[in-house]
Write a protein that binds this ligand. Structure first.
Ligand SMILES: CC(C)(COP(=O)(O)OP(=O)(O)OC[C@H]1O[C@@H](n2cnc3c(N)ncnc32)[C@H](O)[C@@H]1OP(=O)(O)O)[C@@H](O)C(=O)NCCC(=O)NCCS
Length: 170
């Protein structure tokens, strides 16, 4: 369904000045509903709290802003989940969907993890009906590893039926 491909996709660490942009892009239920941990509505204070954690917590340093043609359009990161595994998560602002941005951003992120000495396995989960996200994972070498119920901390820990994926080695 890609209508065009954005070739200039890059990653960079988050900056405190990203809060307003994050609050605009993430205050969108079509983006947050497919994630387990991003709340909706998403206020400036949510963005500020995220950025303060992402910059200070040791375990959160592997989160990156996604840039397309120089503009911040999404995020990708590894975070600890309830299972104790490190899990890959990512999102792209809705007006940027279908341009190959997430597929390229995840590829760049995996390369970066490898350089940092993270070898895998890496885990990821998508809602069962999140075809776009499943394609992003499969295009980046992840393999379907079965279904499970995923807890969504951002939505009163409601359970979401999800597909699990694993990448054994980077
Ligand atoms: C999932 C998401 C990150 C994909 O971002 P994106 O930049 O649009 O993804 P890409 O453009 O790289 O597309 C990946 C593939 O999905 C396909 N795709 C994109 N949107 C689609 C849709 N709505 N339905 C079906 N396929 C879709 C693309 O055509 C592409 O397939 P291809 O490789 O066969 O061409 C984005 O939709 C999003 O942020 N969704 C909400 C948050 C989310 O789901 N995060 C992941 C949680 S696990």
């Amino acid at each position: 369904m890609s209508v065009r491909s954005t070739s200039d996709v890059r990653l960079r660490p988050y900056a405190l000045g990203d809060a307003a942009r994050l609050a605009v892009l993430l205050n969108d239920p079509d983006v947050t509903a497919m994630t387990a941990s991003i709340p909706y509505p998403y206020a400036l204070s949510d963005a500020e709290a995220f950025l303060s954690n992402v910059r200070n917590e040791e375990g959160r340093k592997v989160s990156r802003a996604i840039l397309a043609d120089g503009a911040l359009v999404g995020g990708v990161g590894l975070g600890p989940r309830v299972t104790g595994d490190e899990e890959l998560g990512y999102w792209v602002g809705k007006s940027y969907w279908g341009q190959g941005i997430a597929t390229q951003a995840v590829a760049l992120f995996l390369k970066q993890l490898k350089v940092e000495g993270i070898g895998g396995p890496l885990h990821a989960q998508t809602a069962r009906n999140n075809v776009a996200s499943q394609k992003v994972l499969l295009a980046n070498g992840f393999i379907f590893a079965g279904e499970s119920e995923c807890i969504t901390p951002a939505r009163d820990t409601q359970k979401m039926v999800s597909n699990r994926y694993v990448l054994e080695a980077l």
